[in-house]
Ligand binder design. Structure first.
Ligand code: DUC
Ligand code: ZN
Ligand code: ZN
Length: 471
């Protein structure tokens, strides 16, 4: 019997801390040896001229999420994880959303059913708490944390999701007691409602006004309020999908005060602007997400934050809908007002190539920083480390063979996601995933999907060391 199932030979191994020329030996789905030269494997993969990185971890994706009347999400766990793997990602953490009036536990069970047997790569769940009843706070949440869903998201806006300040404080207190990590969608409910109604009354109803209804100051105010609540309770928080300079400055301010405030940003905030929402015939609807993309000043600010550690994680916020095809369309009332356009864009497959191209290829971040932002920090923060997120003996053999110099153009026709468009159509990138390996299995080789639904499994995550209160 061969000593190894797989040997990845002649590549340059890049982790968050090191860049080393070595071979990788894989057996039983795990990395069992790192050595100068490995022989005796059932299968050899020649990685000459390539970098071997930890498979990407995308800790912010929405799959098969109930999105309200007349809207269907474009990806479930099968197509979503297929697209993730094609983009170099080997683990996703998706949201299990509580419906107001329903038990959170029942919602999580429903998401388990949606995912079981479908995913090509491993997946975990964050909870979304929309109805923090006493039984949710005192029984359901602690039990679900024990089941490996050790983080949850709360929203400061949206009719069906918003928590008021008192409810935020109550759930933050549970997070502190149970050491769960809180993720916050920081945009203000009443301010958005005010501006939406004002814009509509002025006849400003095109998709572009989605961005005008959610300016940075609304995100800044909510970010500051979430930080203040977290300081009051003394609980760490993660501010997700930070879009620009103003909310980012609040996060910096908090960290300078010694608060455990972590932050995430996404490809749309370094490569799209509010002007993209200006297209004719509802074309702008392809770029509607919340918070909205901003401007070049915000891109520059986000790069500063990615470089200086203000942001720990770079996620896609993949939230895929349809634009106009046989598979699906925008909400039928989208022409009436931007308020009906579903908030979210697809990006699970394009996340890593955009960050590499805009970041590493343009000299803004190093390959090691890229690995930290796309994999290692996600694993550390969300309780998956060291099983996931690095390359070391004993870890899962989740790897991506990366061609740092390959030039490609992003095209919808070549993508694997369920949406009928990509916001990055025609976007030129340098750097490309040529092979994705998950649990020692080749899932995607040069765009060809070899993995099967059900190959991926549910990840019970540990309590996050980042969720510990105090300094
Ligand atoms: N928040 C998300 O995290 N994703 C899509 C829409 C939203 O508001
Ligand atoms: Zn959100
Ligand atoms: Zn999201």
């Amino acid at each position: 019997m061969a000593e190894f199932d797989l040997a990845i030979r002649n590549g340059t191994v890049v982790t968050a801390s090191d860049t080393i020329r070595c071979d990788i030996g894989v057996r039983g789905g795990r990395i069992v040896q790192l050595a100068e030269a490995i022989t005796g494997a059932t299968r050899d993969i020649d990685a000459s001229g390539l970098m071997v990185l930890p498979g990407g971890i995308d800790s912010h994706v929405h799959l098969d999420q109930d999105s309200g009347p007349e809207i269907r999400m474009a990806d479930g766990f099968e197509s979503g994880t297929r697209a993730a793997a094609a983009g170099g990602t080997t683990t996703v953490i998706a949201f299990a959303k509580q419906k107001k009036g329903s038990s959170l536990r029942a919602c999580v069970e429903a998401y388990h059913k949606k995912a079981e047997g479908k995913a090509l790569i491993d997946y975990g769940f964050h909870l979304i708490v929309s109805d923090p009843t006493p039984s949710v706070l005192n029984q359901e949440l602690p039990a679900l944390f024990g089941d490996g869903c050790t983080s949850f998201k709360v929203f400061m806006t949206y009719d069906d999701l918003v928590l008021n300040d008192r409810q935020l404080l109550d759930v933050f207190a549970v997070a502190r007691r149970e050491q769960a990590l809180v993720m916050v969608h920081a945009e203000g409910y009443d301010t958005i409602k005010y501006l939406t109604e004002k814009l509509e009354s002025e006849g400003k109803t095109a998709p572009y006004y989605h961005a005008a209804s959610r300016p940075q100051l609304i995100e800044r105010e909510a970010t500051h309020r979430a930080i203040s609540h977290a300081e009051l309770i003394d609980v760490p928080i993660m501010i997700v999908h930070v879009s620009g300079r103003e909310p980012m400055e609040q996060i910096r301010w908090a960290r300078q005060r010694g608060l455990k405030v972590y932050a995430e940003t996404c490809p749309q905030y370094i490569s799209l602007t509010a002007d993209d929402l200006k297209g004719e015939n509802l074309e702008g609807g392809k770029y509607v997400c919340s918070p909205p993309p901003r401007d070049h000043d915000s891109w520059n600010a986000i790069w500063e934050g990615l470089k200086d550690g203000t942001f720990q994680v770079f996620s896609s916020d993949h939230c895929p809908f349809f634009y106009d095809s046989a598979a699906g369309k925008l909400h039928p009332r989208s022409a009436e007002s931007f308020r009906y356009v579903p908030n979210g864009i697809p990006g699970i497959e394009t996340r890593m190539m955009i960050l590499w191209s805009e970041g590493v290829a343009k000299g803004r971040i190093t390959p090691n920083e890229f690995v930290a932002l796309t994999a290692t920090n996600h694993a550390r923060i969300y309780g998956l480390y060291p099983r996931k997120g690095t390359i070391a003996v004993g870890t899962d053999a989740d790897l991506v063979l990366w061609d740092p110099n390959r030039k490609e153009t992003i095209r919808q026709e070549a993508l694997h996601h369920g949406s009928d468009y990509t916001p990055w159509e025609g976007f030129a990138v340098t750097g490309w995933p040529v092979m994705t390996i998950a649990g020692g299995r080749i899932v995607v080789e040069d765009g060809k999907v070899l993995g099967k639904p059900g190959d991926g499994g549910f990840l019970r995550r540990d309590i996050s060391p980042y969720a510990r209160a105090g300094s």
